[in-house]
Ligand binder design. Structure first.
Ligand SMILES: *Cc1c(COP(=O)(O)O)cnc(C)c1O
Length: 366
């Protein structure tokens, strides 16, 4: 089989989505399955259906168009602020987008009116991670403005933490979000339909130590989950989530060289192809193998090796490992566990094959 390849087990992804949807539904929280890491793969999107999810979300309109064209018939949301250059595609192909700029929402309004459609807007608010979001004291003004815009429906409030600065979602920032929703509702005499509290990093707060039924989720009624569904882990501490498959996606690489070599380089040491390197410690001769995968394809540091294999370094096309196993011969394959950073880039690389294990016919009832 061709290598490197991502082996993707659709039954396990289906199971993960279903288990998360069930657990969160017990807390009054719906789940939006985030497809961006899969490039909007219709087969993977299909595996997310009939799991109890509320909707699918993607940050790129291209991916949503791919899923639409493949006939994935499910509510979808664009979860990144649209580019003004794409508003026509946005209003044509997705009923709801997440927004932070009134200028863009006005363009969406014009574009929606032009084709006689309505477009839903979820406003993202900044709660400290310093990625997307309207500053708190400006939210009410923007709500006031969008309520007047033709062909625009105000559908909800959301926030995103952890992704840029690692700010952990917790009791305090989620309470700020809930209070904001209360204020918006009383100020404008309306009901905020979607309160989207965050991504997989919110799972500790939602399901964590406090246990089901104890933590107060306040007004949060939706989470957008990508990594936890695909990899079975929460992204704050990268711990496995109880009961989920952490091996739904595996990376298989092929060994192209296997030799005993010194552990230290020799000669005058300058920068490597990717900048400065830290010299390894001298361990004497080691069994070193090279796999045909590199930085051009992915983030090689995002691989968890199997027992007996240690990742030493990588260049554009080579992943260098130390092996204490005796089966690492040229032509053999090594199976790794990818992390999210590895996954998003490997999915995007044309050099990494994607091999889907199809959904079995007897699905658990969704
Ligand atoms: C990528 C993304 C998500 C999903 O994040 P995970 O950590 O993969 O669950 C959720 N919301 C937004 C806005 C995103 O960009």
């Amino acid at each position: 089989m061709s290598a490197p390849r991502l082996e993707i087990d659709l039954d396990k992804i289906h199971y993960n989505a279903q288990l998360l949807a069930t657990r969160l539904s017990a807390r009054g929280i719906s789940v939006t399955g985030v497809t961006k890491a899969t490039l909007g793969s219709p087969a993977i999107a299909q595996a997310l259906l009939k799991t109890g999810l509320h909707s699918l979300g993607d940050s790129r309109i291209e991916n949503i168009e791919t899923m639409n064209a493949a006939g994935i018939d499910f509510p979808m949301m664009l979860i990144r602020t649209p580019m003004i250059s794409q508003v026509d595609r946005v209003v044509s192909h997705v009923p709801i987008s997440f927004n932070t700029e009134i200028k863009t929402i006005k363009k969406l309004s014009v574009a929606a009116k032009a084709i006689g459609k309505r477009h839903g807007v979820v406003l993202m608010v900044e709660l400290g991670d310093l990625r997307e979001g309207i500053m708190l004291d400006e939210v009410a003004n923007i709500v006031r403005e969008i309520l007047r815009l033709p062909n625009i429906d105000f559908r909800g409030i959301g926030t995103n933490l952890a992704c840029r600065s690692g700010v952990a979602p917790g009791v305090r920032n989620m309470e700020v979000l809930s209070n904001l929703v209360d204020t918006i509702e009383s100020t404008f005499s309306l009901k905020v339909e979607i309160v989207s509290g965050g991504n997989s990093a919110n799972l500790n707060w939602t399901l964590g130590e406090t246990g089901i039924g104890k933590a107060n989720v306040g007004r949060v009624n939706n989470l957008r989950l990508g990594e936890s569904i695909l990899l079975g882990r929460e992204p704050l501490y990268r711990q496995p989530i109880e009961g989920l498959h952490t091996d739904a996606i595996r990376l298989v690489g092929e060994v192209i060289e296997s030799k005993v070599k010194p552990s230290l380089p020799w000669g005058d040491i300058a920068e490597s192809a990717f900048g400065k390197i830290d010299l390894p410690k001298d361990r004497g001769p080691i069994s070193q193998a090279i796999l045909a995968i590199g930085r051009q394809d992915t983030d090689p540091c995002g691989l968890q090796p199997p027992a007996g294999i240690e990742i030493l370094g990588a260049s554009s096309d080579h992943l260098i490992v130390r092996s204490s196993r005796d089966d690492i011969v040229v032509g053999s394959e090594i199976v790794f566990q990818p992390n999210y950073s590895f996954l998003v880039r490997a999915m995007t690389s044309p050099y990494v094959a994607k091999v889907l294990k199809p959904l079995s016919s007897c699905q658990p009832i969704g």
